[in-house]
Design a protein around this ligand. Structure first.
Ligand SMILES: [Zn+2]
Length: 313
């Protein structure tokens, strides 16, 4: 682990960690979680020497309520100090492949169960950062499907064939965003539902020659195909510039990352891992986003998520 990680004060000082969270949650000043008041004239910081005052406590003149930055968020109930949340989010967002719950558990000195809980909350936070339809006029979207599953014959539950694997459909803007969806089976209907609800129909659709995309292709500005498995994963660009290289790379990276960091995840949790991978892809360093910015984005996404330990059991 990077030495700098432990030198950053938000990982050591609870007060600094809280202030950093205030900065990402409230860029324009505090907002009352009870009544939604954001008029800074009507919000006062409660300061004083009394030990009864929680640090970072605010008073809302509109509803006469009190609050801190964690009220109404998952941080409030978790009992995990904010310094550790920041550290987990940082470890999660440094590098390409994420981090296992086991590593978080060891690095942060918290139970495995708590580490697992924190990671899933962070994954959920990541799902809100990728809104709005993809593509648009003059842009292309690559769509493809793959199957993901336990490929080790020695592990429990191994079964041969696609039938026992989970389907994943992904949409990728070349050089842009990606979205990935866990589906039971990829059918013409499931891929159509995903495409029409996530992509601008003014986009050009690029796929392989799979019959799944034939009908929905007609609903887009254009539908261009490349031969499936051409050159066995080699890079292929059709005569009109169409390609599925970006979506194939996305799948390849996802599978490598899962193998390296998480070994295997059950089908039940697949969408969460896809969301995490998607977040990392959409906020990658190649787009000029730093580890620190990615970390702050994940922490910001937790706001308003009123989940507790109880609801996850
Ligand atoms: Zn209020």
């Amino acid at each position: 682990m990077a030495k700098a990680l432990f030198q950053n004060t938000i990982f050591q000082d609870e007060d600094k960690a809280r202030k950093a969270l205030e900065a990402v949650r409230w860029p324009d000043g505090p907002i009352c979680p009870h009544c939604g008041n954001s008029d800074q004239e009507k919000i006062a910081k409660i300061e004083g020497k009394k030990h009864t005052h929680r640090p970072g406590l605010h008073y809302c003149n509109e509803c006469k309520g009190q609050f801190t930055v964690t009220v109404g968020t998952v941080f409030e109930r978790s009992k995990v100090p904010l310094t550790k949340w920041w550290m987990a989010a940082h470890l999660f967002n440094s590098g390409k492949n994420g981090v296992s719950a086991h590593e978080i558990h060891r690095s942060l000195g918290i139970t495995y169960k708590t580490a697992w809980f924190m990671m899933h909350r962070l994954r959920e936070a990541m799902s809100d950062t990728n809104a709005g339809p993809m593509g648009g006029e003059g842009q292309s979207i690559q769509a493809d499907e793959t199957y993901y599953g336990n490929s080790s014959k020695r592990s429990k539950g191994y079964r041969k064939g696609h039938r026992h694997k989970a389907g994943v459909v992904a949409l990728v803007e070349p050089k842009g965003r990606a979205r990935a969806f866990h589906v039971k089976t990829a059918t013409a209907e499931t891929v159509r539902n995903i495409l029409v609800t996530n992509a601008h129909r003014t986009s050009e659709l690029h796929t392989d020659e799979s019959r799944l995309y034939v009908n929905v292709g007609g609903e887009f500005a254009a539908h261009k195909t490349v031969q499936h498995g051409w050159n066995q994963g080699g890079h292929y660009v059709g005569k009109d510039g169409q390609t599925t290289n970006a979506v194939e790379n996305f799948f390849g990276n996802f599978k490598r990352s899962m193998k390296g960091t998480y070994r295997f995840c059950s089908e039940q949790h697949l969408q969460r891992y896809l969301t995490e991978f998607e977040f990392r892809h959409n906020n990658r360093s190649g787009l000029g986003i730093t580890d620190g910015e990615r970390t702050a984005l994940a922490m910001k996404g937790i706001e308003g998520k009123r989940l507790t330990y109880r609801t996850t059991r």
